[in-house]
Design a protein around this ligand. Structure first.
Ligand SMILES: Cc1ncc(COP(=O)(O)O)c(C=O)c1O
Length: 421
């Protein structure tokens, strides 16, 4: 069966069960609840991990920007940008202690950066599980004549072998995620930093969309909290997840590379500007990141993560990645099992996601839920109880056991968080 037929088939099944392609019925959002078919569900699928999207100050930042600059500034950024970009990038430079370029989204950031960074004589290696948005940009890179290749997920020995064998003129780029969006596992960044130091022809490109804000000094993110500032390391982040606003950003060690992507990166020239509401909200969110409040928000999230991990452990449920991010993935091998569990969870008041191939490896489907500061200790406790009730029954119904799931090859190749994390 063709890949697109598989995707469409799964999507249709999930849609019929009320698990995908749904529209919330709420007249307003508080961050914690969403309404579906008249039922209020606790939202365990938000990527706004720090709850900033409903923060009164962030909303006010958006409103003030609209009042001053209107709903949109309709001009190509190549000619004239809104002054709000300057205000935001100046703050992001301070958060990352680097040269930052704001992009309309993370996807458009990859589409701007990778075709500019990777030259015809270079090789671009992709981690097998790197986000689809990077894979899409890689297709454009390939049209320039650059070589494209894959490295098995997190396989640093395999990557190093390729670096040693490289005899071409050009450089070798390796693209991976900082925090992987499905299993919540992480790239082995210490080892990658070592490889950057050891091989002068090696360039590292990290998509840290999910690592941003909830981790690192001033919310600089998982990747930037570990990687050194280096001319051969570029990190992309999202402002549309824990940052709570919208858009993306590219982080460069030196400003000349930033200027090059700004001047030549396709979507930076021809795709529309972020709306004043988004930029105004982002400026306020950046101010919160730079304040004493951020560590407190990060601590609030960490407490919920710790509670969830210990409650799952007490119920013999082992997430695919053990420790300690806000993305929790419980393997079920088959997508049907996760759909069955998610349906029951929805009946009991919880909105969680199901995921399968190609978002996960083959036979690596499961339930994916996320934690945010919106959910309460009681919410987490109730979700863990429901999961502990329904998961074994659903596995049994599909003739699977916990042991078969934990032994499944799809879940083996994850890099868990460094224990010091
Ligand atoms: C790792 C990763 N990269 C990129 C994206 C795409 O982000 P955007 O919506 O800003 O294009 C996502 C979306 O969830 C993601 O998880």
């Amino acid at each position: 069966m063709k890949l697109l037929d598989v995707v469409q088939g799964n999507m249709e099944k999930a849609t019929q069960l009320g698990l995908s392609q749904q529209t919330a019925e709420d007249a307003s959002f508080d961050g914690r609840l969403v309404t579906l078919r008249g039922n209020q569900l606790v939202n365990f699928a938000s990527c706004s991990y720090l709850g900033l999207e409903v923060d009164a100050r962030v909303k006010e930042g958006a409103i003030t920007a609209v009042e001053r600059y209107g709903t949109f500034f309709s001009s190509s950024r190549a000619y004239l940008r809104s002054p709000l970009y300057r205000d935001l990038e100046e703050r992001l430079d301070r958060i990352f202690n680097a040269s930052v370029l704001v992009t309309p989204s993370t996807t458009l950031g990859h589409l701007s950066a990778l075709p500019v960074l990777v030259q015809r004589e270079d090789t671009l290696l992709l981690d097998r599980q790197v986000h689809a948005s990077v894979q899409m940009a890689a297709q454009i890179v390939a049209t320039s004549g650059a070589q494209l290749g894959f490295v098995e997920h997190g396989d640093m020995d395999g990557l190093e072998e390729k670096l040693q064998q490289h005899t071409g003129r050009g450089r070798v780029f390796y693209a991976c995620d900082g925090v992987y969006s499905m299993y919540g596992d992480v790239a082995p960044l210490e080892r990658l930093a070592e490889l950057v130091n050891r091989y002068e022809h090696f360039v590292l490109y990290v998509d840290d969309a999910h690592g941003m804000s909830w981790r690192g000094h001033q919310g600089c993110g998982y990747a930037k909290s570990i990687l050194p500032s280096h001319p051969r390391i570029v990190v992309a982040v999202s402002l549309a997840k824990a940052f709570g606003t919208g858009g993306g950003a590219l982080i460069f060690h030196d400003s000349s590379l930033r200027e090059r992507v700004q001047s030549c990166g396709g979507p930076q020239i021809f795709s529309g500007q972020l709306a004043p509401a988004v930029l105004g909200a982002a400026i306020t969110s950046a101010d919160i990141h730079l304040s004493q409040e951020l560590p407190w928000l990060q601590h609030e999230l960490s407490a919920r993560i710790a509670q969830t991990r210990s409650m799952l452990h007490a119920r013999d449920i082992a997430p695919v990645c053990g420790f300690p991010g806000p993305i929790v993935f419980v393997g079920t091998i088959k997508l049907e099992v996760s759909m069955e569990v998610a349906r029951h969870l929805q009946d009991e008041g919880f909105w969680v996601n199901v995921a399968g191939f190609p978002a996960t490896p083959r036979n690596g489907a499961g339930l994916r839920f996320t934690l945010s500061t919106h959910v309460t200790a009681d919410d987490i406790s109730a979700l863990c109880d429901s999961l502990a009730h329904h998961l074994p029954r659903a596995l049994d119904k599909f003739r699977l056991t916990t042991k078969r799931v934990s032994d499944a090859p799809a879940y083996k190749r994850v890099t868990t968080w460094p224990m010091a994390a």
